[in-house]
Design a protein around this ligand. Structure first.
Ligand SMILES: [Ca+2]
Length: 94
């Protein structure tokens, strides 16, 4: 095996692991919605979903992505912003 071949094989394995992790996270998020709690992302129960709260469910979410979802720039997502994100397919719909 040449170095590029090794590098390519390693990259494929990393991608497969990443896909598996992503599927697991999506499954957990979907499962939490399936339990009937539409605001399950709101772990402290204040009615808003902060970047930190969203990060627990979606570790790949960047602050830039969050800022895009936070339409009124309040620093947290309200129900309307969450609905919009779900309709856009950014956050799995419940
Ligand atoms: Ca909250």
């Amino acid at each position: 095996m040449t170095f590029p071949q090794i590098k390519q094989a390693t990259g494929r394995r990393t991608f497969a692991l990443w896909l598996g992790a992503l599927a697991l996270v999506m499954g957990l998020v979907a499962a939490s919605y399936a339990m009937g709690q539409g605001s399950s992302l709101d772990t402290d129960g204040d009615g808003l979903v902060s970047y930190t709260e969203l990060l627990m469910a979606m570790p790949d979410m960047t602050e830039t992505d969050f800022a895009t979802l936070d339409a009124d720039e309040s620093g947290a997502l309200d129900a309307d912003e969450l609905n919009a994100a779900q309709e856009a397919g950014i956050i799995p719909a419940g």
